[in-house]
Design a protein around this ligand. Structure first.
Ligand code: C5P
Length: 232
C-alpha cells in the first residue's frame, strides 16, 4: 500500500478551497472532502478538484439500509473518487452493499474504508448511550474484522491504533489515520495524537492532516514537512 499524506480540506466553500489548492504547484496533494464542503457545494466541487489532478477521499461516512447505501455508492463511483467510507456499525450486509455499489463495470473500485467508532466516542458514551458493554479497543477491533469480512479495504482509526488493527486484520488492511500533529505543536481538539514520523513507525498507511497544514503560515512547506516525515 502506497503511503501518502491526505490534506483535510475543511473549508466552508469553493472559493477558499480552490484558493488554498492553487498554492500547490509542484506536487498535487491527495485531498479529503468532508460533509461541510460537499453539502455546501455539491458533487461539482469533487469534479472540479479531480479535474485539477488531485486524488480525492470523499469522507461522507454513509450509514443507512443496504439498498440505499448501494445506490448512493453507485452515484459516488460515477464521481470517480479515489477513496470513500461508511460506518461499520451499518453491519456487514450494509458494507457488502456499499462495495457492490462502488464497483465499476470493469470490476475495479475506489478504496472503501469504514469508521469503527468515532474518536469523539469514549468508553462512557459507548456504555451509556450505545449500550455496548465491551472495552472500546475490543469494539474497534471487532468492527475492523467485520469490515475485512465484508470485503472492504480498511478502516479510519487513530494512528495509535494502526498497529493493533494490522495485527488483527493483516498488514495489507489499510489504516487511514487523522489525529496527526508536528512535534511540539498545539493539539487543538484532538486527543489521541502523534507525529507523522511516529505514525509511519506504527504503520499507518495514510495520514489525514487538516489544521497543521491548512492553518500554517506556509501550507506548502507544512505539507512538504509531512511528506518528508511520513512518506520519504
Ligand atoms: O485539523 P485536523 O488535522 O484535526 O483534521 C483532521 C480531519 O480528520 C478532520 O477533517 C476531521 O473531521 C477528520 N477526522 C478526525 N477523526 C476521526 C475521523 C475524521 O479527526 N476519527
Amino acid at each position: 500500500m502506497g503511503k501518502d499524506v491526505i490534506i483535510a480540506c475543511d473549508f466552508p466553500g469553493r472559493e477558499e478551497t480552490l484558493a488554498f489548492l492553487d498554492r500547490f504547484q509542484d506536487r498535487k496533494p491527495f485531498v479529503k472532502i468532508g460533509m461541510e464542503l460537499f453539502y455546501a457545494e455539491g458533487p461539482q466541487i469533487v469534479r472540479e478538484i479531480k479535474a485539477r489532478g488531485h486524488q480525492i477521499f470523499l469522507d461522507l461516512k454513509l450509514h443507512d439500509i443496504p439498498n440505499t447505501v448501494e445506490k448512493a455508492m453507485r452515484s459516488l463511483a460515477r464521481l470517480n473518487v479515489d477513496m470513500t467510507n461508511v460506518h461499520a456499525a451499518g453491519t456487514i450486509e450494509m458494507m457488502k452493499a456499499a462495495r457492490r455499489g462502488l464497483t465499476r463495470e470493469d470490476g475495479t473500485s475506489p478504496l472503501l474504508i469504514a469508521v469503527t467508532q468515532l474518536t469523539s466516542t469514549g468508553q462512557d458514551q459507548l456504555e451509556k448511550d450505545l449500550l455496548i458493554n465491551h472495552p472500546i479497543n475490543e469494539v474497534i477491533t471487532a468492527y475492523a474484522r467485520n469490515t475485512r469480512e465484508a470485503g472492504l479495504d480498511g478502516v479510519v482509526c487513530s494512528p495509535l491504533e494502526a498497529g493493533m488493527i494490522h495485527e488483527a486484520c493483516g498488514e495489507g488492511f489499510v489504516t487511514v489515520t487523522p489525529g496527526v500533529r508536528f512535534a511540539g505543536a498545539a493539539a487543538d481538539d484532538q486527543t489521541r495524537i502523534t507525529t507523522p514520523e511516529k505514525a509511519k513507525a506504527i504503520g499507518s498507511d495514510y495520514i489525514v492532516v487538516g489544521r497543521p497544514i491548512t492553518q500554517a503560515e506556509d501550507p506548502v512547506a507544512a505539507y512538504a514537512r509531512c511528506v518528508r516525515e511520513f512518506v520519504d
